[in-house]
Write a new protein. Structure first.
Length: 151
């Protein structure tokens, strides 16, 4: 039971092997710019056949390791704008106050690449977006590497 509406679970679901974990990061000057860019990117990805954004916009970016495995992955703290003046080793550029991550899964590597390209192309001119990036994790997360410059 939940306290609003109903929560339904399918008895049977289908599945197929695919590619998961493509991602883009939108480095923005303001929260408003980050949200506008995120919504724009998700609309562009939604038009790509065979690709999905399983989490829509992630406010806590991924990282492959954690000090606390019992709770799962923790936020990628070097890229948290709220921590940039509180930790050593911050990788947040000056002027950036928000870095949403959009995770992209697809039926094939090609569909993930096309979705990433669509997202990147869609936000190039969004005011307040100062940089586009992607999580690389030193190659430790997954067997595919998609470089934004190659899109």
């Amino acid at each position: 039971p939940i306290m609003m509406g109903e929560f339904l679970v399918e008895h049977r679901i289908g599945y197929k092997k695919g590619v998961m974990g493509g991602n883009i990061w939108l480095l923005a000057e303001t929260l408003e710019a980050a949200l506008k860019a995120s919504e724009t990117a998700i609309r562009a990805i939604d038009r790509i056949e065979g690709a999905i954004t399983p989490f829509d916009v992630c406010a806590a970016g991924s990282k492959p390791e954690t000090k606390y495995p019992e709770i799962g992955p923790t936020t990628n703290h070097p890229y948290c704008p709220t921590l940039m003046h509180k930790i050593s080793g911050s990788k947040v550029p000056d002027g950036v106050t928000a870095i949403p991550e959009i995770v992209i899964n697809g039926l094939s590597l090609d569909s993930v690449k096309r979705a990433m390209k669509a997202a990147v192309d869609s936000v190039r001119d969004v005011e307040g977006v100062v940089k586009l990036s992607a999580g690389n994790y030193g190659g430790r997360l997954g067997r595919y590497k998609i470089y934004l410059d190659d899109l």
